[in-house]
Design a protein. Structure first.
Length: 730
């Protein structure tokens, strides 16, 4: 295998026999990391991209924003779920031995310092560096009179009409504070009766968070190099509160932001109409469930803090103090500034050589594409399977082109597809509608329970149905997470199936940001497997076996365990056991225990796990042959690759599933064996590049911490993303 470590036979002695004590050790809670705390470590690695001065300045703001948005979702789902467990008095312990309350306590202890570091770095490091490059995010008190006059007019014309101050008194109960909203807590005094009152002013999301100030027409020496000058919206509102409370004295004002439980729980077997049930739950989410976090400035007075905590039913550990701005997710807007020197060098995905001739096809609805000449389907049929690696390869010119071509090809009889997440203006959706209007049988499984994409998926499901597409919503009790599509085509005297199996969503927007893999093949057995899988998804079927595919929850767990055990057997019999697996998360305790068993047998294991990893590597006698790295960089690592040495008869798989209980037990997933030896070698090379990364890779330590790899003093930085971009251009 290219650029990977040597097999076990070259570095490990014969494995000792396992004992019952070994079996007990495999399940010992101290040998597992906590899922939630591991996720926090992942988010800190993302934060480090914002702290690292090797990252271009505006990209650092982007990572600041990503960290904040990640934490919003973490609180809305994971923390909210733990709080519900505490309330329900759930006593079940995690594999690492923690109760729900212990996890909440540990999350709070770990997250408060991370949160403080993030905001302090933005305030004390990034804001001054922005100013050095002519980007001035000012505080209102720093404005000159000309700027204040401009903002006064701006407030009166564009902000004031939108605001609604809400009083709190015996006649006005404490108002509902919507999820992720930024607000001002205002204390006013009525001078006539010498009495204080509390009011809340919501900072409207319909207005820009940062208001740009006009640059001077005749800049003087103090204004050279101005690129952007602005001020936060909430500060403009705060310094014009007199307009909202005429006749009152403004005593104090403080911004605050809350996060609510926003998870959706719908039992399909209790819902007569799943689409209607999801729509009803979405209306509830807009208001949100119980409050799980409040962000406040460190200057907030104790009286207002106590009142907010009381009204929102928050404990002290639920309150996160901020130095400077709240809601750093809004920093993403600065990526729109036309300052390429402060961003990553732009990347344009490459069209693979085999698909270049099809990238600009004019479709003739009567004759199909290319006027009957060599087409995309004959390319696959005659020259074999093709591998795509996004965003290095263009999604538009490959996967999207595959569906678009099928929609207009007169020989195509049917198109079947699963949609987990897609973009709001998806060309693939339009192609599916075209296909239905062209008289083809089109069946689409739309996963309505894709978290935070439910509303988007409902919209597209309705449009597809209106166009005559057969739309189904999945299986009871299971999310359909698999990324598969199938084109059924009449060719001379028989029907042939062309299929795409990928690791990522059919989303042209995220395909530019996420690294994902996909294979298009017309292999008969894989086509037959996908036919069986689609029949299982759309009809009544208890499919229990597949020819090639590993399908969850049917056979994937058993097949993965069998592949690992084969490596154990090879190592125990004096051969070379070797596993390399790349995924987003490793959580499943059964597979982790099996990997520990493999390590004890002498199997050499390299794991590339972007996010959560509950396996503890490098423990003598338990996991000393296991190494774990995480790749964090300009693209979000999302592909899954599984490699097994198999005594030289190497086996490589790609697919949609991580090694988590939800993927193996509660989701429909598909992993496909790579049949083409050239593609298998390409995938091994990708793994080898990542294992050799000394720029973006972080090594997981036995204590749960991560250490970022660095080039040696005279070494050259080898970042996976940069190398793969260069390879794609070649």
């Amino acid at each position: 295998m290219a650029k990977t470590k040597k097999p076990a036979s070259e570095s490990s002695s014969k494995a000792p026999k396992s004992t019952s004590a070994d079996s007990d050790r495999l399940r010992d809670p101290k040998n597992y990391f906590n899922r939630e705390l591991s996720w926090l470590e992942f988010n800190y690695r993302v934060l480090y991209e914002a702290l690292d001065d090797r990252t271009p300045l505006l990209e650092r703001l982007k990572f600041m924003a990503i960290v904040s948005m990640n934490l919003d979702e973490f609180f809305m789902v994971r923390v909210a779920g733990l709080k519900q467990q505490v309330k329900a008095e759930v006593r079940k312990l995690t594999p690492d031995g923690r109760s729900p309350q212990q996890q909440l306590n540990d999350i709070s202890d770990r997250l408060h310092p991370i949160f403080a570091e993030q905001h302090q770095h933005f305030q004390t490091i990034l804001r001054p560096q922005l100013a050095e490059h002519g980007i001035y995010l000012l505080d209102y008190i720093d404005l000159n009179q000309e700027q204040r006059t401009y903002l006064q007019t701006y407030f009166e014309d564009k902000i004031f009409p939108v605001l609604t101050p809400l009083a709190v008194d015996p006649g006005h109960p404490f108002p509902f504070i919507s999820n992720l909203s930024l607000n001002l807590a205002v204390v006013v005094k009525d001078p006539e009766i010498d009495q204080e009152h509390f009011a809340r002013v919501k900072v409207p999301k319909v207005l820009p968070r940062f208001i740009q100030l006009p640059q001077p027409d005749n800049p003087d020496s103090n204004h050279h190099g101005l690129n952007w000058v602005g001020v936060p919206l909430e500060q403009v509102i705060a310094h014009n509160l007199e307009a909202l409370f005429p006749g009152m004295n403004i005593q104090e004002y403080h911004p605050f932001r809350i996060t609510r439980n926003a998870d959706i729980a719908v039992e399909e077997d209790e819902a007569d109409d799943l689409l209607l049930a999801i729509e009803q739950e979405l209306r509830k989410r807009r208001w949100g469930g119980s409050v799980v976090r409040m962000e406040v400035p460190s200057t907030l007075s104790p009286e207002v803090r106590d009142m907010l905590m009381r009204e929102l039913s928050l404990a002290p550990e639920d309150v996160y103090e901020v130095e400077g701005l709240l809601g750093l997710g809004d920093l993403m807007s600065f990526m729109k500034l036309p300052l390429p020197e402060l961003k990553d060098i732009p990347w344009t995905p490459v069209i693979p050589a085999r698909f270049r001739q099809f990238s600009d096809v004019d479709f003739n609805l009567n004759q199909g594409s290319n006027d009957g000449e060599h087409d995309l389907f004959s390319e696959i049929r005659e020259r074999g399977d093709v591998l795509f690696h996004h965003p290095y390869h263009s999604f538009t010119a490959t996967v999207q082109q595959f569906i678009t071509t099928a929609a207009h090809d007169p020989d195509v009889l049917a198109i079947k597809m699963t949609l987990y997440r897609t973009s709001g203006d998806s060309p693939i959706i339009h192609s599916l509608i075209d296909a239905a209007e062209n008289g083809k049988q089109v069946a689409v499984l739309v996963e309505l329970k894709a978290r935070f994409d439910e509303e988007n998926n409902i919209l597209w499901a309705k449009k597809l149905e209106q166009a005559g597409v057969h739309v189904v919503y999945g299986l009871v009790g299971l999310k359909t997470h698999t990324k598969i599509s199938m084109v059924v085509r009449q060719e001379k005297h028989h029907i042939r199936r062309y299929v795409h199996i990928g690791t990522g969503n059919y989303n042209p927007k995220t395909a530019k940001l996420y690294t994902d893999l996909g294979i298009i093949t017309c292999n008969d057995e894989i086509g037959a497997d996908l036919t069986d899988l689609f029949n299982h998804l759309t009809g009544y079927s208890r499919q229990r076996s597949y020819r090639k595919l590993l399908v969850a929850p049917v056979n994937m767990r058993d097949r993965m365990e069998s592949l690992i055990r084969q490596e154990i057997d090879h190592a125990k019999n004096g051969g070379s056991g070797r596993i390399v697996a790349k995924m987003n998360a490793l959580v499943d305790p059964k597979l982790i225990a099996l990997l520990y068993e493999a390590s004890q047998a002498g199997v050499e294991i390299d794991l590339i796990v972007r996010g959560i990893c509950c396996l503890r590597p490098g423990i003598k006698g338990l996991s000393e042959t296991i190494r774990v790295i995480s790749i964090i960089g300009r693209f979000l690592e999302h592909s899954r690759i599984f490699y097994f040495y198999n005594e030289g008869q190497e086996r490589v798989f790609i697919g949609s599933a991580d090694w988590m209980p939800r993927n193996l037990n509660r989701r429909v997933e598909a992993v496909v064996p790579v049949q083409d030896p050239t593609i298998a070698k390409d995938l091994q090379e990708i793994l080898g590049i990542m294992l050799s990364d000394n720029r973006q890779a972080w090594e997981l330590q036995p204590d749960g911490s991560y250490v970022q790899r660095r080039p040696s003093d005279n070494g050259i930085a080898q970042g996976s993303h940069e190398i793969l971009m260069q390879m794609a251009m070649q």
